[in-house]
Each structure stands twice: as C-alpha cells, then as structure tokens.
Design a protein around this ligand. Structure first.
Ligand code: NAD
Length: 366
C-alpha cells in the first residue's frame, strides 16, 4: 500500500474539503496560516481542494465520488476538513456519505480530541487555571452505536420497533485502548482512564472491561483507572485536573468531548483528528457548519487552525504544529478573538493576526 509511498514524499500532499457553511470560511483562513508556517521551514506541501458539500450535491448529486477513498490512500498524506451540514439538505445525506464515509472507509479508528485551557478567562468553571484543564479524549471512531446496524419494523405503526445495535469488536476495542496507552507512554503522561457503562451494558462493555484489564498489564508504569460514563461527566465538571488521557466508545466520546470542549472555551476553539496511525488521516474543527452565523464573517477560525496543527503533528511536522498552537494561545491572551470568545474581531481579522504571528515568529524551523 501507499503509507510508505506517502512517507517517502518530500512534499506532503494535503487534501482540502471545506464543506458547507462556516467550513468554507474557516478552512481557507487556516490554510493561509498553515502555508505561512510551512514557508518558514524547509518543507513543502501541495494542496488540492475538493468541492464536496451541499452545493455540489444539490447541483449534481455528488457526495463521496467513486474512487475517492482509494485516491486519498494512494496520493495524500492528510485531509483538512471544514464541516458538512446545510438546511437545504434536511436528510443530511451528503454529510453522512462524505464525513462518515471517509471515517469508516479510511478506517480512521482514533478520534482524538485534545482539550486545553489556553486562558483562565475562557472556562465557565470557577477558580481554574490553565494547568487544571489539559487532557485528551480518544473516542473509538468506527463502531459502537454509530456502526449503522439495526432496523425498524412496522414503521409508522403504533407497535413500531426501532433497534440500534451497539457493535464492539475485540479488535476495535483493543486498538483504541492500546492507542491511548501508547500515547500516554510516548508523552510520559502517567495515566489513562477508560470510561464505559459496563454495569448496565453487560455484554458490549464487559468486553471493554476485559480488554482494558489485559492491555493495562503491558504498561505497568501507567496508572490505569476506570469510571462509568455518568461519573466521568460529573467529574469532568467537578475536577478536570485529574485527567490526562481518556479513552471511551464512540457515543460516550462524542458527548464527553463536547462537554470537555466547553470547559476550555467552546466549540469555536476545539480541534479533532480522525486518525489511522501511519495512514492518510482527516483533521477538522469539532464544530459543525453553523448555519446561524454562516456568511456573516464572524466564525472563529481557531478550531480549524488547531486542527491544522494536529495535521502537522500527523505528517511529522510537530514543530509547525507547535508554532500554530503558540499563535492561537497568543491571540487568545491578547484578546484577538471572535465573539464566541468574548472578542469583537471578524474571522478575517483573527486569521490576519495569527498569520502575522506565524510570519514574524523568531523560532528557526528546520
Ligand atoms: N463534523 C461536522 O461536519 C459536523 C459536526 C457537528 C454538526 N454538523 C452539522 O452542522 C450543522 C449545524 O449543527 P449545530 O448547529 O448542531 O452545530 P454547530 O457546531 O454548527 O453550531 C453550534 C453553535 O455553535 C456556534 N459555533 C459553531 N462553530 C463556531 C465557530 N467556529 N465560531 C463561532 N461560533 C460557532 C454556532 O453558531 C451555533 O450557535 C448541522 O447540519 C449538523 O449536522 C457537522
């Protein structure tokens, strides 16, 4: 396959899928800043944009074209994604095909959602400082209740039955739990917390319990802890400083990471990675297409910029990732922010500030 071919390329190939709504506003800004960071180093990147989203779907029915997945595997190192979702497509059919299709077909089994409080003023919690909120959630991204297994019987009838099945494979559970331990080991983070609901979901989540007990034995230096998801939700609010690495299933990770994002300033700042280690992976802000503010020029571009920083880490350019993260941290501290973070700047103004920071940064990048 192509993972080695991609790794051998000197210039990285990055696909851009801005998508819908504010995705089309924040991705171009993030790319300008990313290009400036790349230009400071000896690296090279080639960007190829794809116009998949509601507009294209309404025009010619295209969602994820045939051959797209193979093309990404073969020819690209990473994908920067905006968001999909448009009120003109109430079924959200294009969004499901494009985003869920890429996550499943590229087997992007790790959904990584880092949570970092960049400035104490941004958390709704009382008396919390930057050091208190710094952790990462790894959400299983390919199975669980989102695997699409189930059915409806007697639809529309008073006796209607709807079944949504929770798929947990040993291979799927093991690889996400192992990824969390490897991440903690590589960064000397010292602890991993697994969250499930095995007291109620006694088949599927009992598997999570058994696999966690097995895998933790291979990482004796890491403190391995367990909390039921309801307790985790409460503890995230009561004392987020106790967490470094959290690993959980698809549904719980989806919910817990939105709660966690709010602890650190909200959706506008939250990035995520959909990762298959060593293969082409997709990076996106956590937020959606935000139709309520689309076209107004007020969307926060920082989530997309922080997603590009994760993309840089993935392609082996973590020094560029650090530069982008430093730029966002500086902008937040200097109050160069959009309305969602209490500022009054436009998308363009915030992006211009970040661009200037990156362009003027003294650090010599190699
Ligand atoms: N990954 C994705 O592509 C993704 C994720 C979530 C939702 N969606 C889709 O997006 C559409 C809207 O969904 P939603 O309203 O539930 O979620 P949303 O994230 O789009 O918006 C939620 C709220 O947060 C605000 N917000 C979001 N991002 C912001 C930003 N960068 N700057 C400032 N404010 C921001 C919005 O204005 C809105 O008030 C739906 O079609 C949904 O299906 C897509």
């Amino acid at each position: 396959m192509n993972a080695s071919r991609a790794a051998d390329r000197t210039a990285k190939r990055i696909a851009l899928i801005p998508g819908d709504g504010i995705g089309m506003e924040v991705v171009p800004e993030a790319v300008r800043i990313l290009r400036a960071a790349i230009a400071k180093s000896n690296r090279q990147a080639e960007f190829v944009e794809f116009d998949w989203g509601a507009e294209r779907f309404l025009r010619d029915g295209t969602t994820l074209p045939a051959g797209a997945v193979e093309m990404f595997r073969r020819d690209f190192d990473a994908i920067l994604f905006g968001a999909v979702g448009d009120p003109r497509v109430p079924s959200n059919r294009h969004a499901a095909d494009i985003l869920l299709g890429l996550r499943a077909k590229l087997d992007l089994y790790v959904n990584a959602r880092p949570v970092e409080l960049l400035d104490a003023s941004l958390t709704p919690l009382r008396d919390r400082s930057e050091n208190d909120i710094r952790f990462i959630i790894f959400r299983e991204n390919t199975e669980g209740l989102y695997a699409g297994a189930g059915g409806q019987f007697r639809r529309g009838d008073p006796d209607e039955i709807a079944i949504q099945e929770d798929i947990n494979t040993r291979r799927g559970v093991e690889r996400i739990i192992r990824y969390a331990f490897e991440y903690a080991r590589a960064r000397k983070l010292g602890k991993v917390l697994m969250s499930d609901k095995s007291n109620a979901l006694t088949f599927g989540h009992e598997l999570w319990q058994r696999v966690f007990a097995e895998v933790r034995r291979e990482y004796p230096e890491i403190e391995a802890r367990h909390l039921y998801i309801d307790t985790l939700a409460a503890e995230l609010v009561r004392d987020p400083s106790q967490f470094r690495v959290i690993v959980t299933c698809n549904l719980f990770g989806d919910i817990a990471s939105d709660l966690a994002a709010q602890l650190a300033g909200g959706l506008g700042l939250a990035p995520s990675g959909n990762i298959h280690p060593g293969q082409v992976s997709l990076f996106e802000p956590v937020h959606g297409s935000a139709p309520n503010i689309a076209g107004k020029g007020i969307a926060n571009p920082m989530g997309a910029v922080l997603a590009s920083a994760m993309l840089c880490d993935h392609v082996g350019w973590s020094d560029l990732g650090d530069l982008l993260r430093a730029a966002v941290r500086a902008a937040v501290r200097e109050r160069q922010t959009t309305r969602d973070l209490g500022g009054s700047r436009s998308t363009r103004e915030v992006a211009a500030w970040l661009l200037e920071y990156v362009t003027k940064a003294k650090a010599a990048l190699t």
